[in-house]
Each structure stands twice: as C-alpha cells, then as structure tokens.
Design a protein around this ligand. Structure first.
Ligand SMILES: *[C@@H]1O[C@H](CO)[C@@H](O)[C@H](O)[C@H]1NC(C)=O
Ligand SMILES: *[C@@H]1O[C@H](CO)[C@@H](O)[C@H](O)[C@H]1NC(C)=O
Length: 225
C-alpha cells in the first residue's frame, strides 16, 4: 500500500489558502488605509481650497485703491508774470478700510506745455487721510512765467489767452505716500512696504478771463503711483 501521500498540490493548496487569507486581510487593510487616506486628502484639499478663497477675497478687499483727484476750481488773475493762480483739487480716498499717510512734502506746479507758470508747496508733510473721506488740496501760487526771456513760450501763451483757450497742466507730486489698513481693533497694518511717490496731472483749460472753461470743472486728474 502506498504511503498516504500528502501531495504537493495539497500542501500548496493549504499554504495557498493561508496566504490567500493573509492576502485578503492585507488587501482589506490596504483598502481601509487608502479609503481613510483619500478621505483625509479630500478634507485637506477642501480646507486648502476654502482657505485660499478666503485669502483671495481678503487680499482683494485689502488691496489699496489709489486716491481719486478732480479739479474743483481754478483761476488765473493779474498779469503774467506777477499774477496769481488759485487752485482747488478734491482728493477722495475710496478705500473702505485703508487710510493714507502723506509723510513727505507735496509740491504743486503749473505748466504751459514745458514752460513753468507757477510752483510751490501744496500742503505740509505729515497728514493722514482717513478711509472714505474727501479733502481738498487748495492754494494760491505766484505766477512767475512765461517771461519775456522765453519769447516763444510768452507769445504762444499770450496768443492762447487772447484766443480764449489757454491749456495748462497742474501737477501735484506727493513724495511719501503710505497705505495703512484700519481695523476695528485699531490695529494698523502697513501695506505695499513703505513710502511711495505719486504724481497727479490735472489738465486745465482757462478762458480769456482766466476762469476755467466749463468742460474742465470737475474733470478727473491722471494719477501715477
Ligand atoms: C475747495 O473746493 C471744495 C469743494 O468745492 C470746497 O468745499 C472747499 O472749501 C474749497 N477750498 C478752498 C480753499 O477754496
Ligand atoms: C473706516 O474704517 C473703520 C475700521 O475699519 C470702520 O469701522 C469705519 O466704518 C470706516 N469708515 C467708513 C466711513 O467706512
């Protein structure tokens, strides 16, 4: 009688059964781990997405808008040179939660093309414009030109004044502009790192009487920050 044979196939099948069970257990654990992992991953992704959107919205609302300038009034009186130029430019801070500091000097100059007509300080350094307010930058300048020393400019200036249409350019230069976030906690956060220069150009057209022509009243000015 042949000895009972434990066939290789049987051993293989028993061993195979054990290893299959182990493999199934492994696979189940792997599946659990991967399900957990993908859940965690999707939660993490959702959190990152929400945080990103929140940051984007916050940065949009905190990004400073440049102040807006418009010509409120202007007049030229007296002789040229020797007369006076009176200007009044309104300045609006359109930011809901951002105040503006003007640390440096602010200068104003008035030009007829390249020729200087008048210049001077517009307002002293070191003032603060709160959020959502409008102020006026106004003053009176001594008219110093164009002079007879620059005959070409003097002649075209006189001719334009006589023709009742004199184009002038009023330029404001702010040397130290800073934006600051104002929060409900009076915490102030500085934006865009430090002081900046800002140039403003208002195009003015006055008539023969030295007063603004109608189209120039309230005209917005160009800004370069
Ligand atoms: C400048 O214009 C504004 C608005 O028209 C006015 O309220 C303000 O009093 C003027 N300022 C000066 C100094 O004329
Ligand atoms: C200016 O900002 C403060 C603080 O963020 C806020 O409480 C206040 O309402 C703002 N003022 C205006 C006119 O919006």
């Amino acid at each position: 009688m042949p000895p009972p044979q434990t066939s290789a196939a049987d051993v293989a099948s028993v061993g195979g059964g054990r290893s299959r069970a182990r493999r199934i257990a492994h696979r189940t654990r792997d599946t659990c781990v991967s399900v957990l992992c993908s859940r965690l991953c999707s939660i993490l992704l959702a959190v990152i997405l929400v945080a990103g959107v929140a940051l984007f919205v916050a940065s949009l609302s905190l990004r400073p808008h440049r102040p807006r300038f418009a010509l409120a009034s202007f007049s030229l009186s007296g002789s040229v040179p020797g007369g006076k130029a009176e200007f009044n430019v309104s300045e609006c801070n359109p930011n809901r939660h951002i105040g503006i500091y003007y640390d440096g000097d602010t200068r104003v100059s008035l030009r007829f093309y390249d020729a200087l007509v008048a210049s001077g300080p517009a307002f002293p350094a070191g003032w603060y414009q709160p959020n959502m307010t409008t102020v006026s930058v106004a003053g009176v300048l001594d008219v110093v030109g164009p002079t007879h020393g620059d005959p070409a400019a003097w002649h075209s200036f006189s001719a334009a004044l006589q023709a009742g249409r004199l184009p002038l350019r009023l330029e404001l230069t702010f040397t130290g502009v800073r934006f600051r976030v104002t929060t409900a906690f009076q915490l102030q956060l500085q934006l865009r790192g430090g002081r900046q220069r800002m140039h403003v150009k208002c195009y003015v057209v006055v008539g023969g009487d030295g007063r603004l022509l109608r189209g120039s009243v309230g005209a917005p000015c160009d800004r370069y920050l």
